[in-house]
Design a protein around this ligand. Structure first.
Ligand code: DON
Length: 616
């Protein structure tokens, strides 16, 4: 009985337990607890195996996301993504007996249909996998610079960086998504490709219902979309899509069918490859020299680039944080290393100050600031640059950095840079299955709708990932990141990413938390803060995701905070400490996460997002 009480208390919290017991004693028959009831109450107050009891979070007055909210509870398996329809697609596959990898691949292709701003087959991403038998893996299907790319291709004759790395045909790296998803399915999936692609193909050919989020999203990027062939699909007749109408994408459906039939070859060879190459040439004057192509708005991707694209299998970068184990994405993403470096800097503090206090944000921001200095200078594609992963993720190195944090004032980035001398659009999704496998993925086109270029006849947007390189080392990119020589453009090189798909294990080695985020460099700081909220601040998953976040990327030397997320006392005190503060819009970064709790999982898409967690 004690065990039963404990379990019920875990599910429904003390107040609800009392109410339930009163209800039980009043009725002659015990009231059966329906799965829906259990789910929603459990979500409000989850008890996670492997974590101490949760503490209700306090957010500043006026903060739009209340504490004490709930995620989605499911007993067996869960998918969380920025699109409810894509999460549904994953659950469809899980219910048919697919494992987390099968479901993740289904979600990846579904997002290309349901979330055109970010989901893609014209971009790339990363996936971290933890299998029930203890094995782990990571796959890097990041875009690569085409063979014709060159270091200064986005610098004009006056020495200024142009916008050709962001908008138009020259902005795209060679897409990696299809190669990555098909490779991961072949190695760790259990279902054939055509089967996991059924939901995506169905939604592309039969259509999806246009909701207000899609209309808002297209409206926000109307001037970009209008410049290219995607306007025919997303602004039909020059007008906004109609709320409640069906968006059918027959060309995309045909491309997906081809991939389902032929695998990666259906994308990297044959008709689709020819359509991508034709898109690169559209409007391009004849005989433009490779170095001049960006200046003439000509694309660089050739049939050979496509044919040669290969994803890279990597060993996840791993570490511990306060007895929990972490595995995350190694370079070519900076995500895992920067996350681990940040947490290692914070770990020597036996306990962090009270969440919401100036001292708390000072320490967290100082850790980000130091980790980003290393990120921006040292991390890059390991095929081109020797990356000191072991040093940057070592506890000893972090302890040295931790000692440079003064207790009560900010350190200017310039001071730290001098001392260090020696030495837009993305979508995360996470899946857990009933067998204990877990997958964290993040995929991106970079900016919303990527470069804007839509492959005519093939039905998808191409990325603008070339802007993640340092077009001119030392000059900020569209995220304000000031990156160094290591991340300069070179043919065949992968541009440095911030994507941080991450899996946290409890001290017994069981999957505890699976998460990822969108938001450029804020991906790293958002993932880190959700982990800190769960482990240090003992928040429920819902509170951990809803809590106000800060961001510091070393340069610009500004502490950004979610607008409305810091109370006036904290703002005043941080200013006294010497921080330059600036608010950031709440939709800059969005996390998707799943937490294992007693009896199942809690899944949640960021309250800042319109996606959803779905389970069964
Ligand atoms: O790989 C990166 O770091 C960026 N391309 C991610 C861009 C992003 O998250 C934009 N989404 N909000």
């Amino acid at each position: 009985m004690i065990e039963l009480h404990d379990r019920i208390a875990g599910f429904i919290g003390r107040g609800a337990l009392l109410t339930a017991l009163v209800a039980c004693t009043r009725s002659a028959e015990p009231t059966p607890v329906t799965p829906v009831l259990v789910g929603s109450l459990n979500a409000a107050n989850p008890v996670s195996e492997g974590l101490p009891a949760r503490i209700p979070a306090q957010f500043p007055a006026g903060w739009p996301y209340p504490s004490g909210g709930s995620g989605t509870f499911a007993e067996h398996a869960m998918v969380a993504s920025n699109s409810r329809l894509a999460s549904d697609a994953g659950v469809e596959i899980l219910r048919q007996g697919g494992n987390a990898v099968d479901a993740a691949v289904a979600v990846g292709f579904a997002l290309a249909v349901t979330l055109p701003e970010a989901g893609n087959i014209g971009g790339g991403g990363y996936m971290v996998i933890r299998l029930a038998d203890g094995r782990s893996a990571a796959i890097d299907y990041r875009e690569m610079a085409p063979a014709a790319a060159s270091r200064d291709m986005y610098v004009d004759s006056a020495g200024h960086v142009t916008r050709a790395s962001i908008v138009g045909r020259a902005a795209s790296g060679v897409p990696g998504a299809v190669a990555g998803l098909t490779a991961v399915l072949a190695r760790y999936g259990t279902m054939p490709l055509p089967k996991v692609m059924i939901p995506a193909i169905r939604m592309a050919s039969e259509g999806i219902v246009v909701d207000s989020q899609l209309i808002r999203s297209v409206h926000g990027k109307e001037s970009l979309i209008r410049q290219f062939a995607g306007a025919d699909v997303f602004l039909p007749g020059g007008k906004q899509l109609q709320l409640g109408s069906r968006l059918v994408q027959p060309e995309l459906a045909e491309t997906l069918r081809l991939i389902a039939r032929e695998g990666a070859a259906g994308f990297y060879q044959g008709r689709v490859a020819q359509q991508i190459v034709a898109e690169m040439e559209r409007g391009c004057p004849p005989n433009v020299a490779p170095r001049q192509r960006a200046a003439h708005a000509c694309g660089l991707i050739t049939a050979r680039d496509l044919e040669q694209y290969q994803p890279a299998w990597r060993t996840p970068v791993s570490s511990t944080y306060r007895h929990y184990s972490l595995m995350s994405m190694p370079p070519s993403s900076s995500g895992g290393v920067t996350l681990i470096e940040t947490l290692n800097i914070l770990e020597p503090f036996a306990a962090l100050p009270q969440f919401g206090s100036a001292n708390y944000f000072h320490l967290v921001a100082s850790a980000f600031q130091r980790a980003f200095i290393d990120r921006n200078a040292k991390l890059a594609d390991p095929a081109f640059v020797s990356v000191p992963v072991d040093q940057l993720t070592s506890k000893a190195y972090a302890q040295e950095l931790q000692k440079t944090i003064p207790p009560d004032h900010a350190t200017p980035t310039t001071t730290l840079l001098a001392a260090a001398k020696e030495g837009n659009e993305t979508t995360p999704y996470v899946v857990v299955d009933s067998q204990g496998n877990a997958v964290a993925t993040t995929t991106t086109l970079n900016s919303l709708y990527g470069s804007g270029v839509y492959v005519r006849g093939a039905g998808f947007f191409l990325n603008d990932e070339m802007d993640d390189f340092a077009s001119q080392p030392g000059t900020p990119n569209q995220f304000g990141l000031v990156q160094g020589e290591n991340n300069a453009i070179a043919p065949g090189k992968r541009m440095l990413s911030a994507m941080t798909p991450t899996i946290v294990l409890d001290p017994e080695g069981r999957v505890l938390l699976v998460l990822g985020a969108r938001g450029g460099p804020r991906i790293i700081t958002s993932v880190a803060q959700v982990i800190i909220n769960v482990i240090d601040n003992r928040m429920s998953l819902s509170d951990a995701m809803s809590a106000p976040r800060i961001h510091h990327q070393s340069l610009p030397d500004t502490l950004r905070y979610d607008r409305g997320g810091l109370d006036s006392a904290a703002i005043r005190r941080l200013q006294e400490m010497g921080y330059r503060l600036a608010p950031q819009s709440l939709d800059e970064a969005k996390v998707s996460a799943i937490l294992r709790v007693r009896g199942g999982f809690i899944g949640m898409d960021d309250p800042r997002s319109s996606g959803a967690a779905v389970g069964y």
